[in-house]
Write a protein that binds this ligand. Structure first.
Ligand SMILES: [Mg+2]
Length: 242
């Protein structure tokens, strides 16, 4: 992976030909903090992004429930705001019903497991997230989960969490493919920091993948250290494009 800088790509040409900017939220637009319910964009970055998303077509794609992510990016006029790792769109209520039923079944399976101190279930209606950042030893429960959810579910690791998704629910990769189709733009640049973002980085050659964080292995072509570097890059690109 190469460090992405304002000199890595011909930004003006990419923008002129049609570039959709897609951002993950946690670990990308905001740093990962101990309590995910409190995470917010830095005010200066937020004000910059207000201008950025007015000028360039952009979207946010998060593992959070749609209403949760929508409230966090309120005031930013993203073209698409998509939650639940790609399965929760404002306009796709019908198909989501099937995933909601599968998630409810998963929740019932989870309820039968004896409670472990420090482990927290987040029910996002179309997927579940098991948070274990406050658990001293989550290894026992993490070993149990693959067999409990082997039938009809996909387990995807995250930062001190594990996501349980209906196996046939759209992935982040499917969501980005759909955004590209809806927007009619030729190229997509995607910024993400987590395992679920690898579904996007593995897409076709029209995708420019940027993995955020100190990681050695990824399908992404480029890397950035953190959301501060991301802000610096976006500012540099904007100043080049003026
Ligand atoms: Mg993330």
């Amino acid at each position: 992976m190469d460090r992405l800088t304002s000199a890595s790509l011909d930004w003006q040409r990419l923008i002129k030909k049609g570039l959709l900017w897609v951002f993950d939220y946690d670990g990308t637009l905001v740093p990962i903090i101990r309590n995910p319910y409190k995470s917010q964009m830095r005010p200066r970055f937020f004000r910059f992004m207000q201008k950025f998303v007015r000028k360039y077509p952009a979207a946010v794609l998060s593992g959070r429930e749609l209403k949760n992510i929508a409230s966090r990016v309120k005031g930013l006029s993203f073209r698409y705001v998509v939650g639940n790792h790609g399965s929760e769109w404002k306009t796709k209520k019908m198909r989501a019903g099937r995933f909601a039923r599968a998630t409810e079944r998963a929740r019932k399976i989870w309820e039968q497991i004896p409670h472990t101190q420090g482990i927290e279930l987040e029910n996002k209606k179309l997927s579940l997230t098991i948070h274990y950042r406050n658990c001293a030893d989550p290894s026992l429960i993490l070993r149990k989960l693959p067999s409990l959810f082997s039938d009809g579910y996909r387990l995807v690791g995250g930062k001190k969490c594990l996501n349980i998704l209906p196996a046939d629910a759209p992935s982040k990769g499917d969501a980005v493919r759909r955004m590209r189709k809806l927007s009619g733009l030729s190229r997509v640049i995607y910024f993400g920091d987590d395992e679920t973002d690898e579904d996007v980085f593995g897409l076709e050659s029209w995708l420019i993948g940027v993995r955020i964080g100190p990681i050695k292995r990824s399908q992404a072509r480029y890397t950035l250290q953190n959301s501060i570097e991301l802000e610096k890059l976006l500012r540099a690109v904007v100043s080049k494009d003026c």
